[in-house]
Design a protein around this ligand. Structure first.
Ligand code: CA
Length: 673
């Protein structure tokens, strides 16, 4: 009998039917899975499941009729493979069914829970279970013909950040699918005063890219209670490779969110607008219930020597991109969004938590697909990551990451004031000492002989190889809106707060700096309408009453909107403002001596092949006019003056300037000859 069993075991081993669990001293010894990370592969004949979990003792797959049914209709043990994966192939057409894995791993400190795995591509309501669907059936009509809108160079980008709910939830948006992906597919929507809203508004404004706040499946909104109208930014990832259900018209049907997300991309592409996804691989909603921890415990998060979790995200955990399977996961996830959803760019939340190598590998992969796909992120973390500083994708390491950009807090804070106190102002508040930091932003954080690094805030040396590595901005979803910040930090001449006329002047001045600088300009939704968030600093879960854009503002502040649109058109028409190359910036951009609390520069000799030979840009944040000597004896014509672009309403004797320019208080002046 014993002999027979031995023979049988030998036969099993010979046939490769049984792989024994190896002993691992640490998670660093885990084998890297061959092939893709995706875990469910559907065909009408069979559905294959492949889950990577090297240290598991066993893995079970439960099949369900719905995303919420209590009892599985079928339950199967998976089979261990040599590369750490577990597999099973279910014959027959499984379309429409739901699934979840249960992983039994001795390293799991928590009770094993069901998980859809780390790479579900379709899920049921709230993302607890994976869904078996045919991805091709989610493609909207014409999807095969969807292409990226033309863009020659990254330097041509003008980015507009938006939150689905901010943008369209207010009744004044005139949108039918308010707060949904589909809102961005609706043309012809108008405000109560008949002015364009929604996607038509974006077209009118002229931006080339929208950067949408987290739109993958996140955890803070209960998708079964959407009528509660809860709000969240969504920086709490659950399923990284599935659109969020709360922005779909039916979170229960797994195909709907996917199809509607694609319809949104398609509509934006048709409108000539590219789409950037805000990706948050740096942390998850929580750890104990997370798909990462429930699939491969102890692997995806960084821990200290005492076993406690790193917390560079400030949200209780930080992921470990330097581990081969996290690295592979991130690359495949990015590829998934590009290939399946036609995404055109990525904004990495707290990018500095990842590692330089991973970011460079993502860039290389994207370059193979399309080098105009944008890649940038926050070159900082909330707390210090558990990784050597030299390896971190911080701003200072951008020189090791060609083609990858970072937000510039130098320019932002030199304009509006420091991040640590909303009530402290800077250049816009008429305070001197910020001029060199603004110069640093204008050149795009590259080396430039006329930027005095000893006077630049935060950075002591240039951090960009190319100006396109710098994201120029004065506000984003984080912190106060520009309007709130100006009200909080600019000392009024009378009363408690500056008046709306001064507010608009400063708003215009701030965005003129952003839109004439050599980095990639970035605007936050609603700034062009002068919306505010009632002074709320961190509105990540504030109600719609704080976050929603009231489109009645468009008629009230039409002058501001026209100014933004005019500046964007000016930038698009004049390559001098977007040279895209450090050598060209050093050759053609020179600063002009000017009084305190002003910054002046010149783009000379037909910069970038510009039709204008010489362009002079002057920012004056003083409450009185400033005199600046012009660099040549030529006669210049004003194209931006007193809050107007192409100021035809102003008398010609004002707009024709020779010798010296008198720049009105709190305004930008742009001249050319
Ligand atoms: Ca969700």
């Amino acid at each position: 009998m014993k002999k027979l069993i031995t023979l049988m075991l030998a036969a099993v081993t010979l046939l490769g039917c049984e792989v024994k669990k190896p002993h691992y001293e640490s998670v660093d010894e885990y084998p890297v899975k061959a092939g893709r990370v995706q875990e469910m592969y559907y065909s009408p004949k069979a559905t294959e499941f492949v889950l990577w979990s090297p240290n598991a003792d066993s893995v079970r797959l439960n099949l369900y009729e719905s995303a919420e049914s209590a009892q599985p209709i079928r339950s199967e043990w998976l089979k261990r493979q040599a590369d750490g994966a577990w597999t099973i192939n279910l014959k027959g057409d499984m379309q429409g069914k739901f699934y979840a894995f249960r992983v039994y791993d001795p390293l799991l400190k928590y009770a094993p829970e069901e998980t859809p795995g780390i790479f579900a591509v379709a899920v049921g309501v709230n993302g607890h279970r994976g869904a078996i669907i045919d991805m091709r059936q989610t493609d909207p009509e014409g999807w095969a013909d969807d292409v990226r809108p033309a863009m020659e160079r990254q330097a041509d980008a003008i980015i507009y950040e938006l939150h689905h709910r901010d943008f369209s939830i207010h009744p004044s948006s005139g949108v039918t699918n308010r707060g949904k992906f589909l809102a961005l597919t609706e043309h012809g929507t108008v405000s109560p005063q008949g002015l364009a809203t929604g996607i038509d508004h974006l077209k009118q404004l002229g931006v080339t890219h929208v950067q949408i706040l987290p739109s993958y499946d996140y955890g803070s909104i209960d998708e079964t209670r959407l009528d509660d109208n809860r709000y969240n930014w969504g920086y709490d990832p659950v399923n990284y490779n599935v659109p969020e259900g709360g922005y779909s018209t039916d979170p229960y049907n797994p195909e709907v969110r996917i199809r509607e997300f694609k319809q949104m991309i398609q509509a934006l592409h048709d409108a000539g607008i590219r789409v950037i996804l805000d990706v948050v691989y740096n942390h998850t909603y929580d750890v104990s219930h997370s798909n990462f921890e429930q699939t491969v415990p102890g692997y995806f998060y960084r821990t200290r020597e005492d076993g406690s979790l790193g917390n560079a995200s400030g949200c209780g955990n930080e992921t470990a991109s330097e581990r081969p399977m996290m690295h592979k996961f991130m690359l495949e996830s990015i590829r998934w969004w590009v290939e399946e959803y036609h995404i055109d760019g990525f904004r990495f939340d707290l990018m500095a938590i990842h590692d330089v190598q991973t970011m460079n590998d993502i860039r290389a992969m994207l370059d193979e697909i399309d080098p105009t796909i944008l890649l940038y992120g926050e070159g900082w973390a909330a707390e210090t990551p558990l990784l050597d500083e030299a390896l971190r994708p911080i701003k200072a390491n951008c020189t090791k990451m060609p083609g990858i950009g970072a937000f510039s807090d130098e320019m932002r804070d030199a304009l509006r004031g420091p991040f640590y106190d909303d009530h402290v102002g800077a250049f816009l508040a008429g305070l001197k000492g910020n001029e060199q930091s603004i110069r640093f932003g204008i050149v795009g954080a590259i080396e430039h002989p006329e930027v005095d690094m000893s006077k630049v805030n935060y950075s002591d040396k240039p951090w960009a190889l190319q100006p396109t590595q710098l994201i120029s901005y004065v506000s984003c979803h984080d912190d106060m809106m520009l309007t709130d910040r100006l009200r909080a930090s600019v000392k009024p001449l009378k009363g408690n707060v500056i008046d709306d006329a001064e507010l608009m002047r400063l708003d215009m001045l701030a965005q003129t700096v952003v839109l004439t600088s050599q980095g990639l300009p970035f605007l936050w939704n609603g700034e062009e309408l002068m919306r505010d968030k009632k002074g709320v600093h961190n509105s990540y879960c504030s109600p719609d009453s704080i976050n929603a854009i009231d489109w009645n503002l468009k008629a009230r502040n039409q002058r501001l909107f026209d100014y933004y649109a005019g500046l964007i058109a000016l930038r698009k028409a004049h390559p001098a403002f977007r040279l895209g190359d450090a050598e060209l910036v050093r050759e053609h951009l020179e600063f002009i001596d000017s009084p305190d609390c002003t910054v002046a520069f010149r783009l000379k000799n037909h910069a970038g092949g510009d039709e204008w030979e010489d362009i002079v840009v002057i920012f004056n944040a003083n409450r009185q006019a400033a005199k600046v000597n012009l660099p040549t004896d030529n006669t210049y014509t004003a194209v931006v003056m007193l809050g107007e672009v192409n100021p035809q309403s102003l008398p010609a004797e004002w707009t024709t300037i020779r010798g010296a320019a008198l720049v009105p208080a709190q305004s930008a002046l742009i001249l050319h000859n």
